[in-house]
Design a protein around this ligand. Sequence first.
Ligand SMILES: [Zn+2]
Length: 454
Amino acid sequence: MDLLLKGGWVVTQERVEQADIAVEGEKIAAIGPDLEARAAAVRDVTGKYILPGAIDVHVHYQMPIGELLTADDWFTGTRLAACGGVTTVIDYAEPAGPAEPLTEALAKRLEEAREQACVDYGLHQVVLPGQEEDTGELAKVIEQGVTSFKVFTTYNQRLGYAAIGRLLKQARRLGALVTVHCEDHDLVTARRRELEATGQTDPAYHANSRPAAAEVKAIEEVILQAAAAGAPVYIVHVSTGGGAELIAAARARGQQVFGETCPHYLLLTEERYAGPDSRLFLMCPPLRTVEDNRILWQHLASGDLQVVATDHCSYSPEQKAAGTAFYNTPSGVPGTETLLPLLYSYGVRQGRLTLPQIVRVLATNPARLFGLYPRKGCLAPGSDADLVVFDPSQEVILKASDLHSAAAYTIFEGFALQGYVEATYLRGRLIYDLGRFLGRAGQGEFIPGKITVL
Ligand SMILES: [Zn+2]
């Protein structure tokens, strides 16, 4: 036996129980009380929780937008993930334009990640207008282990609702899951024109410029398309209570609609745009209201939203400062490193979620939805030994200077946390311990997604 974690509280999606975990090579070998294993390394984890490594299924590392590149690349992005107890991330392979074949975009992205990644990773395939018709290319990326597609209802990459319907039909046939960024393009465009006409273009108007109604409208349209196609669909970064309620209602009708939200939509509000640092909080969709926060927590607890991910897309304050208006300020915020600690403190400690629920929304559900289960997302013999030692007694005030993003700021500066990640193991290897990153570039592996029947 290579490693024994002794005396901790093992947290699975079902329960919390005191047990030891034995690791052999890269896999969990056994879980049980008082394991009598002779191990090369024994770690006393009395009083600590052992959770499966978190999976952040929505990150953007080294992402170009025009001339601009995100602050975190594959190395710093996956390093900060390790420091936050995240052992698998899912990023995106996006063609440079509709003429670039999906397989080429995918090959380039895999090549970028290969020598830099410090944790395991998967990819979603972005599908641009017209590419939803190319059955051959869609099938090829699935064969290569990319079993989820991403489309937008807004931006230049947008597909119309009918085109999303066509992709949903292809995906159903091929066994892939379509994930959608939902903001209605016409509503967003109309509001932008109104604001421009009255000179209200400062980043302070960001929330106003992308109204809740735009998200709700797009989610409604996409749910209708999914119903017509008989396909499952996954809505990324749900920011509104109204959107979450549409997902819950569709599920109650028996439709397979899945929803993701992010810590910032649970914990922050649009008041942040009133301050001098509005640009640092600018992401799409924007922050909403306290009432939206409340409804999102409620739907996470009920299981109608299944995943919390971060949409980690980091820009430094200097990059952000280049923005003169809400529409030209780099959009996105860092988040992966604080995902698990925030969910524990503000979810579990504040009585909104249980520990097993945290495991479900951060590990089990993401692994199941994106075809990584049971290799990832659970603590069981035979699964990868992706383990987080979490110390519930550690009190932390979040400070950017203690975090590892190249963006060098956090939207959660000053947040008080009760409990923090003590150590992270990736496939049995210690990659983070007591504040120190111990991993190395290139040790993260591409984990192909399997086709899963949801
Ligand atoms: Zn995103």
